[in-house]
Design a protein around this ligand. Structure first.
Ligand code: C2E
Ligand code: CA
Ligand code: CA
Length: 692
C-alpha cells in the first residue's frame, strides 16, 4: 500500500529538495505518494480531498507560524503523525514541538533521503502504538469489570474506574494497598487463599469467587481472575486482576431458586423442596435413630369459600393458614404447600420410640387443628375454616418418598371420611393407640370426678423390721377394667395436665390419712411418703396448696415426705431448690425416688435439702445376681452415708436381698417382703405387747 505524505512547505526550494528525497525512499517496497501544500489553508483543501498518512510540516507558513502551526495541524488531523521541518537546530524549541504533539522533527539542510525515510517510518510506528495504547486505555477505563495491576509483590500500581466503583476505593487509595489486603474480607476459607496464591505464584491464572469487603465494610460477591504477567526472562513482574461484582447475579439466582423451590403465594417450600428435605431427613433417620412424621393437611371448605368469596379472599386465607402452620411447628420442621389448599408439615427429630413419636406427632396435629380452627379475618370479614389432617411416621432411610406422601394423603382422606376437622394416622395400630389414649383421657377425667381413685399404702420398715411409715400408691378402680395400676395412666395424666388435680387429690387423701393416724397412738409415729410428679411440683401454687391441705386436714407436716425424681430436680435446679426449702421450713421431708436411674450427679445432691435417698427397685431386683447392680446399690448407700442422708431400698422381695443391703449399711426397707401395697384397712398395725 502506498504511503500518502502531505508536505506543507511554502519555500519552493525547500519543498523541491524534500520531495526529491522522499521520492528516493521506499515504504514497504513502494514509493510514497506526495502531495504538497504551501499554506495551512492550502493544506486544509488537500486534506479535504484525501487524508494523508503523515504530514511533513514547515512551521513558518504565510498564514501560521511557530508552535501554533503544529497545534492547528493537529486539530485538522488528530490521529495523523506530524513530522516538523524546522529552520535551524534549537533543542529547546524542538522539545516544545514534541510536547505539542509532533512525532519528530528534522532540521532543514541536515537530512538526506535515508534519514527522512527512517524518521517517517519511526513516526508512523510510534503513532500507531500510541493510538493503540490510547484505545486500550479507553477500553480499560470504560469496562464494567474492575481491573487492578500490581507489581510482583502485589502492590497496586494501577486501577480503573470500575474498580473504584465496585470497591469504593479511589485510585489514590488503591495505590497504597496490596492485593492481599483487598482480598482479605474474613469471609472466605483460608484454603481458598492458599490455593489462590499458590496458583498465581506458580504463574498460572487463578479464577474463582470470593466474598469481598467494600471500603465501607459492606460485603459483596465477586468473580475474580488474577493473571500473572512475566517478563522476557520468565520472572513474574505483575499481576492483573479482573473482578466482577456478581452480587446482583447472585440475587437473581437466589430469586430463581426461590421461584423454583418456594410457593409464590405463601412463600412456603413447594413440593420440590419438600422432596429434597424429606430425602435428607430420611437419610438422617438412619444415622441418628430418630424418626419423623408427615402431616398432610387439607382445608375442609376451601373450594366453597373460594367460589363464594372469590380467589383473592381464598389467597388471603391460604396465606394466613401458612403463617399459622409455621407457628405450630419447631424451627427445624418444614411446612410446605403442595398447591391449592394442600399443605404438608414434616416433623423431624421425633423420638426413635414409635409410641412416643406417635404422641409427638399427634400433639402437633392437635395444635394445628386447634390453631386452624380459630377465626380468620379476611379483609375485615370473619371467616371459619377447618382442616383434615392425615399423619404418617417415618424412620426407615429406605422408605420411598412418594409412598410416604401417598400414605399421609390417604390418612387425610380417612380424616375427611371420619367427619372432617380431625386427624387420622395412616397406620391402623397407631390410630388405635391414639384413640385409646383419647378414651383413657376422658375416662381419667370422669374417674377423678366420680371418685374412682383410691390410695394403697405400702409399709416401710427400719433395720429391726418395725413399720416406720408407708408410701401412698395410687390406684384406679375402673368400672370395667377393675383395679388399674399407675403405670397405665400416670404418664397420660402428666401429659394432659390432669396430674395437677389428680396429684392434689392424692395429697389431700394422704393428709387426711396422716391426721387419722395421728389420733391413733399406735400409728401416730408413721410417716407417709407421697409421689409427686414433675408437672405437679412445678405448678406455681404447689407449695401453697400443699401447706393449705396440711393445715385443713390437721396433719403434721413433719410426717409428710414428698418423693421427687432426679429428672424433676435437675430441670431448673434453682427454682426447685427454692420451693423445696420453703416446704422444708415447714417440716416437710423429701426423698429422692428412683435414685441411680438418672444422672446421679453429686453436685446437685449437695445443693438440695433432701432427707432420704431411695435405691430404685431395678437395682434391688438383681442385686445378688448382677455385680453391676450390687456395685450401684453399695455406692448409693455409701453416698448417702457420706452426705448424711438415710437410704431406703425399695422393691425388696427376699431376705437375701434384705441381708445384702443391710450388711452394706442400708437403714430402711420397702417391698413385698415386708408388705404389699394395701388399702388402708389392711395396713399392718404394729404388734402391741399385752401390757402396752
Ligand atoms: P414408685 O414410686 O417407684 O413406686 C414403687 C412401685 O414399686 C409401686 O408400683 C409398688 O407397688 C412397687 N413395688 C413395691 N414393692 C415392690 C416389690 O417388692 N417388688 C416389685 N416388683 N414391685 C414393688 P405402683 O404402685 O404400680 O406404682 C408405680 C409408679 O407409679 C410409682 O413408682 C410412682 O412413680 C407412680 N405413682 C404411684 N402413685 C403415684 C401418685 O400418687 N402420684 C404420682 N405422681 N405417681 C405415682
Ligand atoms: Ca415412689
Ligand atoms: Ca421408685
Amino acid at each position: 500500500m502506498t504511503v500518502h505524505i502531505l508536505l506543507v512547505e511554502d519555500d519552493p526550494g525547500d519543498a523541491g529538495l524534500t520531495a526529491a528525497y522522499l521520492r528516493q525512499t521506499r515504504f514497504a517496497g513502494s514509493a510514497p505518494r506526495i502531495e504538497t501544500a504551501t499554506s495551512l489553508r492550502d493544506a486544509r483543501g488537500k486534506i479535504a480531498e484525501a487524508l494523508p498518512d503523515l504530514v511533513l510540516l514547515d512551521l513558518a507558513l504565510p498564514d501560521s507560524s511557530g508552535l501554533a502551526t503544529v497545534t492547528a495541524m493537529q486539530a485538522l488531523l488528530p490521529e495523523i503523525p506530524i513530522v516538523v521541518l524546522s529552520g535551524q537546530r534549537d533543542p529547546e524549541f524542538e522539545a516544545q514541538v514534541l510536547e505539542a504533539g509532533a512525532q519528530d522533527y528534522l532540521v532543514k539542510g541536515e537530512f538526506d533521503a535515508e534519514h527522512i525515510g527512517r524518521t517517517i517510518r519511526h513516526a508512523r510506528t510510534r503513532a500507531r502504538l500510541e493510538a493503540r495504547l490510547k484505545l486500550q486505555d479507553a477500553a480499560l477505563q470504560a469496562v464494567a469489570s474492575g481491573i487492578i495491576i500490581t507489581d510482583a509483590d502485589a502492590h497496586i500500581l494501577w486501577s480503573n474506574p470500575a474498580f473504584s466503583q465496585i470497591t469504593g476505593y479511589s485510585r489514590e487509595e488503591a495505590l497504597g494497598r496490596t492485593l492481599r489486603e483487598l482480598l482479605r474480607s474474613g469471609h472466605n476459607d483460608a484454603a481458598v487463599y492458599e490455593n489462590l496464591w499458590q496458583t498465581i505464584r506458580a504463574g498460572q491464572v487463578w479464577r474463582g469467587e470470593l466474598v469481598s469487603k467494600r471500603r465501607d465494610d459492606s460485603l459483596y460477591d465477586e468473580e475474580l481472575a488474577i493473571t500473572p504477567v512475566r517478563d522476557a526472562h520468565g520472572a513474574i513482574q505483575h499481576f492483573v486482576t479482573v473482578q466482577q461484582d456478581i452480587s446482583a447475579r447472585r440475587a437473581t439466582e437466589e430469586k430463581i431458586r426461590q421461584l423454583a423451590f418456594f410457593d409464590a403465594l405463601t412463600e412456603l417450600p413447594n413440593r420440590r423442596l419438600l422432596h429434597d428435605r424429606l430425602r435428607q431427613s430420611l437419610a438422617g433417620c438412619g444415622r441418628n435413630q430418630r424418626g419423623g412424621a408427615l402431616l398432610f393437611i387439607d382445608l375442609d371448605n376451601f373450594k366453597g369459600l373460594n367460589d363464594s368469596l372469590g380467589h383473592d379472599m381464598g389467597d388471603l386465607l391460604l396465606i394466613q393458614v401458612a403463617r399459622r402452620l409455621v407457628e405450630c411447628v419447631r424451627e427445624g420442621d418444614t411446612v410446605a404447600r403442595l398447591g391449592g389448599d394442600e399443605f404438608v408439615v414434616m416433623l423431624e427429630d421425633l423420638s426413635g420410640n414409635q409410641d412416643e413419636a406417635v404422641h409427638q406427632a399427634e400433639a402437633v396435629g392437635e395444635k394445628i387443628l386447634a390453631t386452624l380452627n380459630l377465626p380468620y379475618f379476611l379483609d375485615g370479614h370473619e371467616q371459619h375454616s377447618t382442616p383434615s389432617i392425615g399423619i404418617t411416621l417415618f424412620h426407615d432411610p429406605r422408605e420411598d418418598i412418594d409412598d410416604l406422601l401417598k400414605r399421609a394423603d390417604l390418612a387425610m382422606y380417612q380424616a375427611k371420611e371420619a367427619g372432617r376437622n380431625t386427624l387420622r394416622f395412616f397406620d391402623h395400630a397407631m390410630q388405635t393407640r391414639v384413640e385409646e389414649r383419647a378414651t383413657l383421657e376422658q375416662e381419667l377425667r370422669r374417674g377423678l370426678h366420680l371418685g374412682q381413685f383410691l390410695l394403697y399404702y405400702q409399709p416401710q420398715v427400719d433395720a429391726a423390721g418395725r413399720v416406720i411409715g408407708a408410701e401412698a400408691l395410687l390406684r384406679w378402680n375402673h368400672p370395667r377394667r377393675g383395679l388399674v395400676l399407675p403405670g397405665e395412666f400416670i404418664q397420660l395424666a402428666e401429659e394432659t395436665g390432669l396430674i395437677v388435680s389428680l396429684g392434689h387429690w392424692v395429697l389431700e387423701q394422704a393428709c387426711r390419712q396422716l391426721a387419722a393416724w395421728s389420733r391413733d397412738p399406735d400409728l401416730a409415729h408413721l410417716t407417709l411418703a407421697v409421689n409427686v410428679s414433675a408437672r405437679q411440683f412445678r405448678h406455681p401454687d404447689f407449695a401453697e396448696r400443699t401447706l393449705a391441705l396440711l393445715d385443713q386436714c390437721g396433719a403434721a407436716p413433719n410426717r409428710l415426705k414428698l418423693e421427687l425424681t432426679e429428672s424433676l430436680l435437675l430441670d431448673n435446679l434453682e427454682a426447685t431448690a427454692e420451693k423445696m426449702s420453703l416446704l422444708k421450713a415447714h417440716g416437710i421431708g423429701f426423698a429422692l425416688d428412683d435414685f441411680g436411674t438418672g444422672y446421679s450427679s453429686l453436685a446437685y445432691l449437695r445443693r438440695l435439702p433432701l432427707d432420704q435417698l431411695k435405691i430404685d427397685r431395678s437395682f434391688v431386683k438383681d442385686v445378688l445376681a448382677n455385680p453391676n447392680d450390687a456395685v450401684i446399690a453399695r455406692t448409693i448407700i455409701a453416698l448417702g452415708q457420706s452426705l448424711g442422708l438415710p437410704v431406703i431400698a425399695e422393691g425388696v422381695e427376699t431376705t437375701l436381698q434384705h441381708d445384702f443391703l443391710a450388711s452394706h449399711g442400708c437403714g430402711d426397707f420397702q417391698g413385698y417382703l415386708y408388705g404389699r401395697p394395701v388399702p388402708v384397712e389392711e395396713f399392718p398395725r404394729p404388734a402391741r405387747d399385752a401390757n402396752g
